[in-house]
Design a protein around this ligand. Sequence first.
Ligand code: 13P
Ligand code: SF4
Length: 387
Amino acid sequence: MARIIDAPLTTGEGWGCDPRAVHGQWGALDAAARRGLHYTPEVQAETAPLYEKVRHVIPAIEWPAYAPLISAINKIKKQKNAVILAHNYMTSEIFHCVGDFRGDSLQLAREAAETDADVIVQAGVHFMAETSKILAPEKTVLIPDMRAGCSLAASITGADVRLIKQKFPGVPVVTYVNTSADVKAESDVTCTSSNAAAVVEWAARAWNTDRVILIPDEYLAKNVAAQTGVKIIAWKGRCEVHERFTPEDIAELRAAHPGVVVLAHPECPPEVMAAADFAGSTAALQDYVVEKRPGKVVLLTECSMSDNVAAAAPDVDFIRPCNLCPHMKRISLEAIYDALVEMQHEVLIPEDVRVRAKAAIQAMLDLPKEKPRAFETGLAPVEVELV
Ligand code: 13P
Ligand code: SF4
C-alpha cells in the first residue's frame, strides 16, 4: 500500500501515510534548537519514560528533536497551572507526552468543565477550544494554531440555523459539537458521535415528536436515522476526512488482509458503515481495540488514531490506511510551546452567545452518563430530509 512521505498539510490523494509525515513534519525538526532548547543529558533522562510510550512510532534518531520541547512544555504547564486537553487525533508526541487529559470530543468537554487549572491548552481544533471556553469561562483557553478549523464547523452558520428553525417550527434542534459557538447558541441540545443516537432519541421523547433536526453532518444524520427510526432533518455538511472512505476500500482491505476487523467512525458515509464490522466515536473505537484485541484491525478514521491506540494494544496488528485531518495536524509541539510561553491565541466568545451555547451543551451533559454508544453496522440506508 502506498505510503506518503513528507505529506503536505492536506488530506491529499489516496491513502496511506508515513509516521514521519504524520507526526514529524520533517521541516520542524530543528524547532527546539531555534527556541534555545537542547537535548541535554538531563532532558534525556527526564523524558526517557515518555519515549517508551511512543517508540513504536518515533524513530530513536528523531527523539532529540522532540524531547527538549516536551520537557519545556511540561515544566511551563506546572508554572502556569495549565493543562493540555489532547484529542485522539493528536500526533503521538503530543498525545502521550504532553497531554494531561486524552479522549474524544465528549470526554474532553467533560474535563474542561471539571478541571481546576487556570489555563487550558486545547490540542485539537477550534470548535473544541470554544467548547472548553463555553464550559469554563473563567479560565484562559488557548488554541496553539487559530487556523485549526473543521470542514463540518465551516459548513453552517448561526444564521443558517435560524432559517432552519423558521422552516421547521417546534422541531428540536440537535447540533453536533463540531460547530461554532454561534451555531450551538441557536440549538436546543448538542451531541457528539459518542451519544448522537441517545440524544436524538431523548429529543424526540422530550419534544413529543417523531422528527428531529440533526445538523450539520449529513452522514452522521443518515447513520443516526438508521439506528433510531427517528425521522431526521439534516444539513449537507461533510467531514473532509471521513467522506473519502468508500465500501470499495473495505473490499480491497478484506481481500488484501484476510480476517482484518474493520472499524469506522460515524462521520463515514452510510455505505461504509454498512460494510464495517464495528462503528463508533474515537473513544468507542479505542475501547473496542483495547477490550477485544482483534488480531488485525483497520481504523477508518484519522491517521494518528492507530498510532495512539497501538500504545495500549501492542499485540494488535494495525493495517494503516487512513486520511490526515489537515486541521488537527496544525497542532505541533512548537505551536503548543509558543502558545504557553506567549499566552497567545486565546479563544474568546461574546458572553450572550456563550450563555446560550452553554445551555445546549449542558442539556447534553445532564443526560445520564453512559459508555460511548456503538453504531450498529450492516444496516440498510435510511433517507433523511436535506434542508
Ligand atoms: P470524536 O467525538 O469521535 O472524537 O470525533 C471528533 C471528530 O472531529 C471526528 O472527526
Ligand atoms: Fe473536522 Fe473531520 Fe477534522 Fe474531525 S476529522 S476535525 S470532523 S475535518
